[in-house]
Write a protein that binds this ligand. Structure first.
Ligand SMILES: Nc1ncnc2c1ncn2[C@@H]1O[C@H](COP(=O)(O)OP(=O)(O)OP(=O)(O)O)[C@@H](O)[C@H]1O
Length: 256
């Protein structure tokens, strides 16, 4: 059997007396698209931060394609193929879109900037290829400043892809976007995942995005993994419905 892209076993993390993640195990297959959901405070961000290396687990193990990566810092994980997009995009606003992607490619290939390097020529075609992948080829020469929020998110995706990830962690990728833009970004994410074989794990509050785009859904509540399965099964799961209705009835009604 081939090793999963990313696997977490018996992960635990506590803050004071709060067991934010309590003995959680997850397996993400190569190229799989998985949503991580749960009510506020369920432990999603804490689990995510352990998978991305921002937080060291108190106990448990994390492997990447079978290799033990437990406790490695984000930069090391990133070199090994774990990419991440953030709720707040990290771009250089005075530079053009192409230059932002070029900077990511230069960093990925460990090329140093120097006065003798014509930086604007480096990885130009690759940068344009990535911009075209996210549907932004025509904006390559534009400065990032003033870009619409949905476009920033697409740029963020292109920047994450510049590091050629095998696993991409997306923390609430559609937060702050209009509903139409959300579907667009996630359609794009799914097509990129399929074309490049990248596994995607995303946290999300918008159930339409979750059920419309994930191949499998993991549900957390109070630090535990309480359900997992294909979207249709999770949607029909009485326990999952109770968790959402019990916590924020109005939100669950509105979003399911
Ligand atoms: N740095 C921290 N210090 C103390 N407590 C924390 C810290 N981070 C998280 N917690 C607590 O751990 C629990 C899980 O929080 P976490 O942010 O992982 O949940 P979440 O599912 O991501 O919630 P949300 O959907 O609101 O972002 C909560 O009770 C939270 O208050």
């Amino acid at each position: 059997m081939t090793a999963p892209a990313l696997e977490a076993m018996d992960l635990c993390k506590a803050f004071g007396g709060v067991r934010a993640v309590d003995d959680v195990g997850v397996r993400i297959g190569a190229g799989e698209i998985v949503a991580l959901i749960g009510p506020n405070g369920a432990g999603k961000t804490t689990l995510f931060n352990m998978l991305g290396g921002q937080l060291r687990p108190d106990a448990g193990r994390i492997t990447l394609f079978g290799r033990d990566v437990t406790g490695l810092p984000p930069r090391r994980l990133w070199r090994l193929g774990v990419g991440r997009t953030f709720q707040i995009t990290a771009t250089f606003t005075s530079m053009t879109l192409r230059q932002n992607v070029q900077a990511a490619l230069i960093s990925h290939h460990r090329r140093a900037w120097s006065p003798w390097t014509r930086a604007e020529r480096l990885y130009r075609e690759e940068a344009d290829g990535l911009l075209s992948l996210v549907g932004m080829a025509d904006l390559a020469e534009r400065a990032v400043a003033g870009l619409a929020y949905g476009d920033l998110k697409r740029l963020d995706l292109a920047i994450a892809l510049a590091h050629d990830p095998r696993v991409l962690l997306m923390d609430e990728p559609t937060a702050g976007m209009a509903p139409g833009e959300r579907a667009h970004l996630m359609d794009l994410t799914v097509s990129v995942s399929r074309s490049r074989g990248v596994a995607v794990v995303f946290t999300e509050h918008d159930m339409e995005v979750v059920f419309g785009h994930a191949e499998r859904v993991l549900v957390m509540d109070r630090g535990r993994l309480v359900a997992e399965g294909p979207p249709a099964a999770i949607r029909a799961d009485a326990r999952v419905r109770a968790i959402y209705l019990g916590e924020t009835g109005a939100d669950a009604e509105a979003s399911t």
